[in-house]
Design a protein around this ligand. Structure first.
Ligand SMILES: CC(C)(COP(=O)(O)OP(=O)(O)OC[C@H]1O[C@@H](n2cnc3c(N)ncnc32)[C@H](O)[C@@H]1OP(=O)(O)O)[C@@H](O)C(=O)NCCC(=O)NCCS
Length: 180
């Protein structure tokens, strides 16, 4: 499977991606607000192998896609899509870009393509995002796409040795359709 946008191609991660995946997912700045941080290239490879066994779109699972430069094939990052058990439940996304590829609109381009699919072909009615409010770029990304903040849970989540806040964003299909 592949999703093609103006500058990007999203497709499955392959074994050869392990060193590049480890290089940015193992980076402290990229991993700071993420549940998964590979300890070494082998851990990145194991993650890719697990993903290869999972059909894209499997209900009740997180499916990871590579984000590649369409022209060069360079791995720029990855995006996880959480497909819930049914389309009545919200779909969710998790993005990571290599540090040197942030700030160029790639995350927005990926999210726009996935929201088009989520609210079109895949027929979801609601998308959600859950963000640590210190993750300024993620907050900005969701707001720029038209997600609404629905909640701010204060010190609701114990993560890496501290109680952290969790801000919940959401968007409905009809809100995406009228987003400029
Ligand atoms: C979250 C994350 C994916 C957002 O990436 P990003 O690069 O900030 O987002 P975008 O790709 O949409 O880029 C937006 C920026 O690019 C700029 N930009 C440059 N060219 C652009 C273009 N052609 N189109 C749109 N925006 C463009 C925008 O002005 C904006 O800049 P600003 O932040 O100074 O306002 C990234 O910060 C990341 O990987 N973080 C680490 C992992 C992480 O925490 N993930 C979230 C876990 S919940």
């Amino acid at each position: 499977m592949a999703i093609v946008t103006a500058r990007l191609r999203l497709d499955r991660l392959v074994a050869a991606d392990a060193p590049a995946l480890f290089a940015y997912r193992g980076d402290d700045a990229v991993a700071r607000y993420q549940g998964w941080k590979p300890a070494d290239i082998a851990a990145a490879g194991a993650f890719i192998a697990d993903q290869a066994r999972l059909a894209f779109g499997t209900a009740d699972s997180w499916c990871q896609l590579a984000i590649r430069d369409k022209a060069t094939g360079e791995l720029l990052g990855d995006v996880g899509v959480h497909f819930p058990a049914s389309t009545d439940e919200p779909i969710e996304f998790g993005l990571s870009l290599r540090p040197e590829r942030q700030g160029q609109g790639f995350a927005r381009e990926v999210m726009a393509a996935l929201l088009d699919l989520a609210f079109g072909e895949w027929a979801y009615r609601r998308a959600v995002g859950s963000v640590d409010p210190r993750n300024v770029s993620s907050m900005a990304l969701l707001r720029s796409l038209g997600f609404r903040q629905e909640a701010h849970h204060v010190e609701s989540y114990f993560f890496r040795g501290e109680w952290v806040d969790d801000v919940i964003f959401a968007m409905l299909a009809r809100e995406w359709r009228r987003h400029p």
